[in-house]
Each structure stands twice: as structure tokens, then as C-alpha cells.
Design a protein around this ligand. Structure first.
Ligand code: IPT
Length: 968
């Protein structure tokens, strides 16, 4: 019987023929995995269907195969498309275009001979966006709600022996209007499919209520079950008990993200054993604070989309574990599952390893903003059932995870009565967890005040409880009693975010500010290859999309292949749960245990003293165990007198193995720096120099018609340009203010456009004076953009002794400079054989002035290539901050520079970096390009949020750069 009724596609109803949502659990009842290769046919739309494909006798032998689970666009069927807010189809709810890519899936499976009698349930864990299912030619039903399971009763149509399962999946449906998350549009059966045996007398569902009384240490347990069952919890002495209890245990180990203690047990019926993992914790909003087990939480969170650059939203268990381990190792303690419930396996890992979870409903109607919210499904009566269904499915599926401490109604769906109804239903069903939704600005139906991208100043106002008054006085008063979280902040697009430390300071100052979730965890780049086989990550527009949002999809703390970006390393330092302040003034070490629950007995503390980056002494620091929140002050270790610049670094590391990292893993550190570094290239005992200050005995200028030499340096006598140093040929240094704009420079207020309009990327130079005088050379240049009388005067004072060349560069703006500069410093080009960089300064990683907390003072070495950060869209990157000296070397010798500068070294120019769209557009040239900067403009996070803070803004003002150069 052919079933061509596709009316369900545009029906706002959530589905037909489905079973009621329930908890996800593991039991010993048989389960048949239906993942693997399925037969697949790609249809152009609902007018192009394979008639009778559901008929078991249908011949599909000529069909292709497609793996289940997978996203079909990543298997060459159709193409991925990326939009942030805009629906990629006309806004005509609930209708969708006839051009509706549709996938027809078929699979034959054999029911094992010992498959038990009783009911059988077919479960699809995730299908995007709408589908209908037939088993052995019988239509079981249809469903929507892409990232939630759908179950059908298969009992009556299941046969022993071969069974034929047919699933028709449509890319677009009424459900698509509810799934406008900022991500790739991808389709198909992208999570697992299983057939579950539900033995007679088994349990359909249960709800664990496990509370913790922090005043007594007692745990209470009640498990509501859908039928008769017994409970065993050996560690708490329960054997064959009534799950309904309620049971009280005098002394339980509570669950927290810091110490995720789970009690393992079993629910048994005559026919089934179900594994339960119980974590005792109580979540409250009281005294205006979000608390777990009586303590205020500080959320050090990230927004996590499910992403893999090869498989899209289909994630392996190993990838999910990798996310959890990476998060734990970077001091992250919370995840908002933006913007849909993740695979259940991920939540199980959060329970086990310890992460606070804000579990978000699969709901976003953001594109209605572009039609002034007319017909917004979140507010519109006919969509009520669909909205409630989605909320119900996330709550029912995930209710037994101790890691889930809040329910979130969804994201960016405006506001409206359907959202309020979702909140009301949830509050009734699970009063034990607060409700979150950012779009409820007055917090009328939510339990925490939540915002996204509020800047530092506004966040501080909220911290003080002094945010602007809103319209409804009663709601305004209510909101002021609520804790505050930034459900999104610090947009991690490309190079950035800057300004994390300043946010953290606010969170640690105002109790109401309970932290937040960086936007976002991972860049959703799609792995692709150039024709010559080089891998890169594609973004919006790379698949011929007519409407797209380019690389706005690449805004994570890890690159698409999960390499931590410098932003993640910075975040780890900024949110470290132990603060170590090694004071310069009073020779004390102050330690604050910033954990919410855990004492410091799992940590050991080490110290290390260095002079100019050379080890002087090291040891272990005896720190008394500090309870959560406690502080101590200790004397610094006795050390020999400093020779040069002294750093004292104290590190807190794991004393033993944790499930998520091994002994020795670093958690936190603090460092003091005192004194002045000794210039390299000076014999030991030479008098201490201010950076670049002293030359041994200045060399005289030697001038002929075609040469101008000072000591080891050769200049062009006409332009005054440096051409060589010893045997090293070089080009520059010359004044440079341009950087390849970052995403934060490009977007938001579009600072990069102002830079280009002003002409900062096309400055020309006029040499005004070349004045050899006694033992030095002075070169004056005027550097300026076309069509303007604004200019920068760069005055180079050169001097040398027999081995070192000294530059004092003075830069002064002339005329009107109404905009910040990208950078200020010099660039020079060196031979391409330079491949190694050693430096003494901050490192080891990339750092910019407003993202430099993670960079410590020390000696580091890297290759030129490894200094680059391959952001998905190429842009300024790789800066090493506050460098005292650097040696750039290779087979042919090299260059040593000392002074005080920021350093980038790359095999392409800033202009080439700026022009590149993908990493593979950058190919090494025959020179190495070096920038030595007095300063950079900060990064900020203006791509979606506040720009660079005033204190990190680089104004055009008189600037000095002093360098000493030596050929090696
Ligand atoms: C906000 C969205 O919630 C999130 O999904 C993502 O799009 C982010 O912005 C930017 O990357 S919404 C925005 C209008 C603040």
C-alpha cells in the first residue's frame, strides 16, 4: 500500500503515532542496534518520492548506501548551508518550499530468534527535521523535533526473521521554523536507531529524586517508577527496597561538578534490571543566588554545539569524551547545551566526570526577528503543542542526570505565551530545577536573570543590582531578586576573545554575577580538501549558498579539529579555581581556593625561580589544605640574590591522577616579576643594561657614494634603509601599523572598514631626511595615507658598536587620527631559511594585551610554522607578548633582537594574510616577515559583544620603540 500522504510535513503538530516521552536508561533487556549502512535514495522534494518504498517487496538494490547515523550533506548529497538568523526559505509558516530535499532510507534487519515476547519499541534518537516511519509496510507514525528521541510501538508489526524498516526524512518541515539555531543546516538520521525489547513487567520510565541536605549531610532518595520495581543501592545499604521510599541516608557523599560522586545501583523488576547512577544534590535559588548543596556556584562555562568537522552533528562516543576531557583540563565547569539537548551519552559523561549542565530545549525561532516577530511560533497558539512537546521531551529524557541543574526553554525565540506555558509545565513536572530562558527579559517565567553579550559596564551594574528599571514594576522587583548569568559572552570568533579577565573580576566581586558561558566551544568548520589535497575548514558560502553568514559559524574556543585555540588557554587561566598571588611588594604568596566545594588536598604546589628565564631554584611549597573558599598567606622561599630579571612562579598541579587528567596536570599558577633583564650577547658580569641602552663603544659612520656603514650595519645612503647586518641581508625595519583584521576588527562596529577607509592598509612613505652625524644616523620619514593630511612621522636614530646595532624609533602622529591603530611598530623581512625562534618574554602561546593572562614570563622556542594559529578564516595571529629578546635563526645564521616588543614571525605578509579566505590560501614565500611592535590594539569581542576596552585601545600618540639588533 503506497502512502503518499505527506501532510505531516507542514503540520505544526509534533508528530503522530509516537509513544510518550520517557527517561533514557540502560537495562539488560535486549536491544538491536540498527546503525550501519542503509539503502538510501535522495529525492528532490515531496513530488519526487519513490512510490511504495515502504513495501517490504520494494526493490532497492539499485539504491546507494548511506551510513546511519550521518548527515547526508556530508556524504555528497545536496550541500551544507550555513545561516545564523535568516531562514534559508521564505517565512511562510508552517509551509516550506516544494524544493524540499528528502531522503528515503530502507534497511532490512533480522530479529534474533531469542527476541523476547512482550513489547518492542523503535527509537530514533535524532532525525533532522521531519520523518515518517514504516515497518514491514505498516506506517508507525511520524515525528519532528530533530535533536530529541522519538519512539514508536513496533510490537504488532514485528516479525521473527527479516523485517523491513523504511524511513522518509525531509530536510524542511514545519519543525524547521522551530530549529533556527545558528549552525549548519544538515539533514538525515544523524543519531542512532535502535529496537528495544520492553519485557512484560519492565519499567517504561522512572524519575530519580535525590536531594542533599548540606546542613546535616543527609541524602534523601525517592524514585518514582511507572510500575512495580525494587531498588538496590549497595553502597547505601539498600537491597530490594521500595524505590518510592522515601529513603534517608544520614551521611552521603554529595554530587558536584568538582566531586561527581555517583552511587551505582539497580532497579529491578521480575523481567528487567536497569542501571541507575545516583548523584545527591539540591539546586536552589535562594537569597538571590543560584546554589547547589547550599553553596553559590560560579559557572565557568561554555556553550557547546555538537560538532565534528567530518561528520557534522553525528558524534562518536570518543569525540564526546574528548570534549569533556578538554573542558575539565581547561578548568571549565559548566556547559550550556546550545541550543538543543545533546546526545544522551554526553550527559552521562557530564554526570561521571563532573560538569554543571544547563540543558536546553530544541527551540529557536530567531529568523522571525527579521519579520518583526510576526507569527512567531513561540507566541502563536497553533504552535503550543509543538513547543510543549519539545520541552516535555527534553525534561523526560534527561531528568535523571545529576549534572543537569537547570532547564532552558530554548534560545532566541522572542517571548510569548508558549514559552511561559513551557516554563509552567516544567515547573510542575520538575520543581527541583530552576528554569532558564534568556529571552524573558523581565524574568517573569524564569528563575534566573540571564543575558547575552552584556558588556562589562552593564554587567557590573547588574552585579550591583542597579540595572535600568523595566516597564512592569512587579516584574522589575522580582528580577532584582534573581541571580544573574551571562548565558553567552566573550564571543570566541577567530582571534579572541579579549576582555575575559575583566569579566571574571566582576564575577568574583559581585555575588549576584554567577559567571557565564563563553560563546562557544567549537568552530563548526567542515573539513574539505583543495584540488591538490591540502585540508582546510570550510565555512558559510563555501558550498554555493546564496544566503549565508560566512565564517560566523567559526567562533569557538577550539578549532574544528579540537585543537585548543589561544582563547581556550586564556580561559583556562582566567577561570582557574585556585588563585595564586605571588606578591612583588611584600615577599608573600597569597593563595585562595576558589573551588565551590572542593578543598585543595588533591593539589600540590611547586615553585620555580628564574633569572632572565634561566632556572635558579625550585621546590615544593607546603600549603595547608584549604577548604573551598579559604585563603592563606605564606612567605616566599628564601632565594639567592637575583641576577637580572627575577621571576618566581608558583604552580598548583594535581597531586594524583584524576579521571580527567594525570598527576602533574597544571590547574593554576601565579608569577611575580622583579628587576630588569640583562641584555643577551653581553659577557657575564657586564653591567646591567636598560633594554637596548648601552653600546660598548659607538662606531663611527663610514660613508661612500653607494654605502653608508655603521659598525656591522649597512644602510642605503639615499633612503637611509637598513640593508644588511653582518652577513645577514634584511629589508627594514620600517614603520608598520597594519594588521590583517581579526573577526573582531571586521564585525560589529566594523573597525576594520574604518581602518581601510582611512587608508591604514595602503600607507606611503616619504623620506624627509637622512642625516649621518658623528657616531649615528638619523632618518626621518613621513608615512601617510592617500587623500589625507594626517601622517605619522617616524624618526629612526641608528647607532652601533662593532657587533650590535641600536635603533631608537620615535613615532609621532600629525593631524587628526580619529581612530585607534591596529598596531604600532616596525616590520622587516628576513631570508626564508629562518625557521626557529627562541625568545625570552611571555609565552609560550599567542597573547594580545587583553588576552595575555595565560602567557607567563620565560624562555621559549618554536618553529616559525608553529608560531601560527590557523584560525579558520586567516587573520592576525601568533603574537608573542612583551618579548625581551628573540633569536630568529636557521642554517644561514640569524638575527637577535632585544628591547621590549611584541613579536610576530610568519612566512607571508600581513597583506597576504588579510587577503586569504582559508588557511590553504597561505603559501610560504621566500622570506620571513617579522613585526616588532611597541603595542597592539586589543582584541575585544566586537564580532558579537563589546569591543576593546578603553584601557586596551591603541591610540595614535607619540610612541618610542628601542631595539638592539645583532646578526648571528
Ligand atoms: C546569539 C545566539 O544565541 C547564538 O546562537 C549565536 O548566534 C551568537 O549569538 C553569535 O555567534 S544571538 C545574537 C543576536 C546576540
Amino acid at each position: 500500500m503506497a502512502d503518499q500522504d505527506t501532510g505531516y510535513v507542514e503540520d505544526p503538530a509534533p508528530g503522530h503515532g509516537r509513544l510518550a516521552p520517557r527517561a533514557r536508561f540502560d537495562s539488560d533487556a535486549p536491544c538491536l542496534e540498527l546503525d550501519g549502512p542503509w539503502r538510501f535514495r535522495a529525492a528532490a522534494g515531496v513530488h519526487d518520492l519513490a512510490l511504495g518504498f515502504e513495501d517490504p517487496a520494494f526493490d532497492d538494490t539499485h539504491w546507494d548506501r548511506l551510513p546511519v547515523p550521518s548527515c547526508w550533506q556530508l556524504h555528497g548529497i545536496g550541500a551544507p548551508a550555513y545561516t545564523n538568523v535568516t531562514y534559508p526559505f521564505p517565512v511562510d509558516p508552517p509551509r516550506v518550499p516544494d524544493e524540499n530535499p528528502t531522503g528515503e532510507y530502507r534497511r532490512v534487519f533480522t530479529l534474533p530468534g531469542d527476541w523476547p515476547a512482550g513489547r518492542s519499541v523503535l527509537r530514533l534518537d535524532g532525525v533532522d527535521s521531519c520523518f515518517a516511519v514504516w515497518l514491514n509496510g505498516v506506517r508507525l507514525g511520524d515525528g519532528k523535533g530533530s535533536r530529541m528521541p522519538t519512539e514508536f510501538d513496533a510490537t504488532d508489526v514485528l516479525r521473527t526473521g527479516p523485517n523491513v524498516l523504511a524511513v522518509r526524512v525531509h530536510q524542511w518541515s514545519a519543525g524547521s521554523y522551530l530549529e533556527d539555531q545558528d549552525m549548519w543546516w544538515l539533514s538525515g538520521i544523524f543519531r542512532s536507531v535502535r529496537l528495544l525489547s520492553r519485557p512484560a513487567g519492565g519499567l517504561d520510565d522512572f524519575f530519580v529524586h535525590a536531594g542533599y541536605d548540606h546542613t546535616t549531610g543527609a541524602g534523601t532518595l525517592r524514585i518514582d517508577t511507572s510500575g512495580a520495581a525494587r531498588l538496590s543501592l549497595p553502597a547505601l545499604g539498600l537491597q530490594d527496597a521500595d524505590p518510592a521510599g522515601p529513603h534517608t541516608f544520614e551521611d552521603v557523599v554529595p554530587w558536584s561538578a568538582e566531586q561527581p560522586h555517583l552511587y551505582l545501583g539497580e532497579l529491578t523488576t521480575g523481567s528487567e534490571r536497569i542501571h541507575v547512577r545516583i548523584g545527591f544534590r539540591t539546586v536552589t535559588v535562594e537569597d538571590g543566588l543560584l546554589k547547589v548543596n547550599g553553596r553559590r556556584l560560579l559557572l565557568r562555562g561554555v556553550n557547546r554545539h555538537e560538532w565534528d568537522p567530518e561528520t557534522g552533528r553525528t558524534l562518536s562516543d570518543a569525540t564526546m569524551l574528548r570534549d569533556v576531557l578538554l573542558m575539565k583540563r581547561h578548568n571549565i565547569n559548566a556547559v550550556r547545551t546550545s541550543h538543543y539537548p545533546p546526545s544522551s551519552e554526553f550527559l552521562a559523561l557530564c554526570d561521571e566526570y563532573g560538569l554543571w549542565v544547563v540543558d536546553e530545549c530544541d527551540l529557536e525561532t530567531h529568523g522571525f526577528e527579521q519579520v518583526d516577530w510576526r507569527g512567531n511560533p513561540a507566541a502563536d497558539g497553533p504552535w503550543r503543542a509543538a513547543c510543549l512537546d519539545r520541552m516535555r521531551r527534553v525534561v523526560e529524557r534527561d531528568k535523571n542526570h545529576p549534572s543537569v541543574i537547570m532547564w532552558s526553554l530554548g534560545n532566541e525565540s522572542g517571548t510569548g505565551e508558549n514559552l511561559a506555558a513551557m516554563a509552567a509545565w516544567t515547573r510542575d513536572r520538575d520543581p527541583s530545577r530552576p528554569i532558564h530562558y534568556e529571552g524573558d527579559r523581565d524574568s517573569g517565567y524564569v528563575d534566573v536573570y540571564s543575558r547575552m553579550y552584556a558588556d562589562h559596564a552593564e554587567t557590573e551594574l547588574i552585579g550591583r543590582g542597579e540595572e535600568p528599571v523595566t516597564d512592569d514594576p512587579a516584574l522589575d522587583a522580582h528580577r532584582r531578586q534573581l541571580p544573574f548569568i551571562l548565558c553567552e559572552y566573550a564571543h570566541a570568533m577567530g582571534n579572541g576573545p579579549g576582555g575575559l579577565s575583566e569579566y571574571q573580576r566582576l564575577f568574583e566581586t559581585y555575588p549576584r554575577l554567577q559567571g557565564g558561558f563563553v560563546w562557544e566551544w567549537i568552530d563548526h568548520g567542515i573539513a574539505r580538501h583543495t584540488p591538490d589535497g591540502r585540508r582546510f575548514f570550510a565555512y558559510g558560502g563555501d558550498f554555493g549558498e546564496q544566503v549565508h553568514d560566512a565564517n560566523f559559524v567559526a567562533d569557538g574556543l577550539v578549532l574544528p579539529d579540537r585543537t585548543p585555540s589561544p582563547g581556550l588557554v586564556e580561559y583556562k587561566k582566567v577561570v582557574e579555581p585556585v588563585r595564586i598571588d605571588v606578591a612583588e611588594a611584600d615577599a608573600l604568596i597569597r593563595i585562595h581556593n576558589g573551588h565551590d566545594f572542593r578543598d585543595t588536598s588533591h593539589l600540590r604546589f611547586r615553585w620555580r625561580a628564574e633569572d632572565d628565564g634561566e632556572p635558579v631554584a625550585e621546590g615544593e611549597l607546603a600549603v595547608p589544605t584549604l577548604a573551598a573558599g579559604a585563603r592563606t598567606t605564606l612567605p616566599q622561599p628564601a632565594l639567592p640574590p637575583a641576577e637580572g630579571e627575577r621571576s618566581l612562579t608558583v604552580v598548583a598541579e594535581l597531586a594524583g591522577d584524576e579521571p580527567w587528567a594525570g598527576a602533574g596536570h597544571e590547574i593554576a599558577w601565579g608569577q611575580s616579576v622583579t628587576g630588569t633583564f640583562r641584555e643577551p650577547g653581553r659577557p657575564a658580569g657586564a653591567r646591567r643594561a636598560r633594554p637596548g641602552r648601552s653600546l660598548r663603544g659607538p662606531s663611527a659612520v663610514a660613508r661612500t657614494t653607494d654605502r653608508l656603514d655603521i659598525g656591522p650595519a649597512r644602510f642605503d645612503p639615499v633612503t637611509g634603509a637598513l640593508r644588511g647586518l653582518g652577513r645577514l641581508a634584511l629589508d627594514g625595519p620600517v614603520l608598520d601599523v597594519w594588521r590583517a583584521p581579526t573577526d573582531n576588527d571586521e564585525l560589529g562596529p566594523r573597525l576594520a572598514d574604518r581602518w581601510r577607509d582611512f587608508g591604514l592598509d595602503r600607507l606611503t612613505t616619504k623620506v624627509r631626511d637622512v642625516v649621518p652625524a658623528g657616531d649615528g644616523l638619523t632618518v626621518v620619514t613621513r608615512v601617510a595615507p592617500a587623500g589625507s593630511d594626517a601622517a605619522l612621522t617616524a624618526t629612526y636614530h641608528w647607532r652601533a658598536d662593532d657587533e650590535a646595532l641600536r635603533l631608537d624609533l620615535a613615532v609621532a602622529p600629525l593631524g587628526d587620527w580619529p581612530l585607534p591603530l591596529p598596531r604600532i611598530g616596525v616590520r622587516l623581512a628576513l631570508p626564508g631559511w629562518i625557521d626557529t625562534v627562541d625568545w625570552y618574554g611571555r609565552g609560550p602561546g599567542e597573547a594580545y594585551r587583553d588576552s595575555a593572562a595565560a602567557a607567563r614570563l620565560g624562555r621559549f622556542r618554536s618553529t616559525v610554522d608553529a608560531l601560527q594559529t590557523p584560525y579558520v578564516r586567516p587573520q592576525e595571529n601568533g603574537n608573542r607578548h612583551e618579548v625581551r629578546w628573540a633569536r630568529l635563526t636557521g642554517d644561514g645564521g640569524g638575527l637577535e633582537v632585544s628591547g621590549g616588543f611584541d613579536l610576530t614571525v610568519r612566512r607571508w605578509t600581513s597583506h597576504q594574510l588579510d587577503a586569504a579566505r582559508h588557511s590553504t590560501d597561505l603559501t610560504p614565500g621566500d622570506r620571513v616577515h617579522v613585526n616588532l611592535d611597541a603595542a597592539h590594539h586589543g582584541l575585544g569581542s566586537a564580532s558579537c559583544g563589546p569591543g576593546t576596552l578603553p584601557q586596551h585601545t591603541l591610540h595614535a600618540e607619540p610612541t618610542m620603540l628601542r631595539l638592539t639588533l645583532r646578526g648571528l
